[in-house]
Design a protein around this ligand. Structure first.
Ligand SMILES: Nc1ncnc2c1ncn2[C@@H]1O[C@H](COP(=O)(O)OP(=O)(O)OP(=O)(O)O)[C@@H](O)[C@H]1O
Length: 281
């Protein structure tokens, strides 16, 4: 939870102007990549998410914010059916990825999770070499016909994750031998290696120091050229820095969503205002 003085900083800090103006123009930034309607989640008797309607725009970063236990991670996990693996968890509603119903029983969940990848709070490299951490996904998905193809995927994924220069001479070394920030970039490279369309990030910087956090935030901004990103964060500064859209959850409801600068400067709902000004959380 951000402290009130940090919130004051946000209010004073000029929010980033429209991002993504670089050499490569973005694809239509407001096109929804995922559309979710009337999403309800129960864990047994517990009604954890209530009637959530939210669009996730293509090539944008959407930040999910709100006090602990409000349902951010639960919503995030709906987007690639990670809740399926939780006993007693029931998801209802409509969740579409490019007009395709991701809860269609005929859908291949393994393929869905390749299209909608995930990066967790704590970096979790496999106990394998750096090379094999990245090559694992392409191999099990049958991407890359031979060793050269796989080597190319490994290099390009590490480059996109901003890690290539740091590890190119130690690809056979263990992934777990990297620093925390490097491990998280390795996990991002691992997610990228199977060419996902959407990347879900659940508090990806919470285990990192400020320098490693800044690198991941820069990386997130770069990645949105090629991917659609949804990030859960407890840091309102981080939401303000990295996202174009922000969704505020409270007690299982989506209270408000909109352009990040609007949500932080002129929130429509008193609960959002209370949260971003540090009155509760
Ligand atoms: N596996 C589970 N079984 C039972 N209840 C759960 C489970 N996971 C989450 N919940 C409950 O669902 C609600 C939403 O939890 P969730 O983890 O989605 O919130 P959150 O906003 O991500 O919280 P935090 O910011 O603390 O991570 C909470 O009341 C939580 O206790």
């Amino acid at each position: 939870m951000a402290q009130p003085e940090q919130v004051a900083e946000i209010a004073q800090e000029e929010l980033p102007a429209s991002k993504g103006v670089g050499e490569a123009p973005l694809a239509n930034p407001a096109k929804p990549k995922m559309v979710t309607r009337d999403v309800n989640v129960h864990y047994g008797e517990k009604h954890a998410l209530r009637g959530v309607n939210l669009d996730i725009n293509a090539n944008q970063v959407t930040a999910l914010i709100g006090p602990s236990g409000c349902g951010k991670s639960t919503y995030l996990r709906c987007l690639n059916r990670m809740n399926d693996v939780i006993d007693g968890c029931r998801v209802t509603g409509e969740l579409h990825l490019d007009n395709e119903d991701i809860y269609d029983p005929r859908l291949d969940v393994v393929q869905l999770r390749a299209r909608v990848g995930m990066v967790f709070q704590k970096p979790n490299p496999f106990p394998k070499s750096i090379f094999d951490n990245i090559a694992y996904g392409p191999r099990i998905h049958g991407i890359g016909r031979n060793r050269t193809d796989v080597e190319e995927i490994v290099e390009s994924s590490l480059r996109k994750a901003g890690l290539w220069e740091e590890v190119k001479d130690r690809l056979d070394g263990p992934g777990t031998g990297l620093s925390g920030g490097q491990q998280q970039r390795l996990c991002i490279a691992r997610a990228i290696a199977v060419s996902p369309e959407v990347i879900l990030m659940d508090e990806p910087c919470s285990a990192l120091d400020p320098i490693a956090t800044a690198r991941i935030e820069e990386l997130i901004d770069d990645l949105r050229r090629n991917f659609t990103i949804v990030i859960v964060t407890h840091s309102m500064q981080q939401a303000a820095r990295v996202s174009q859209r922000t969704a505020f959850f409270h007690l299982g409801e989506l209270v408000e969503e909109g352009d990040t600068d609007a949500v932080f400067t002129v929130p429509k709902d008193k609960r959002t205002q209370g949260y971003i000004t540090g009155r509760f959380g």
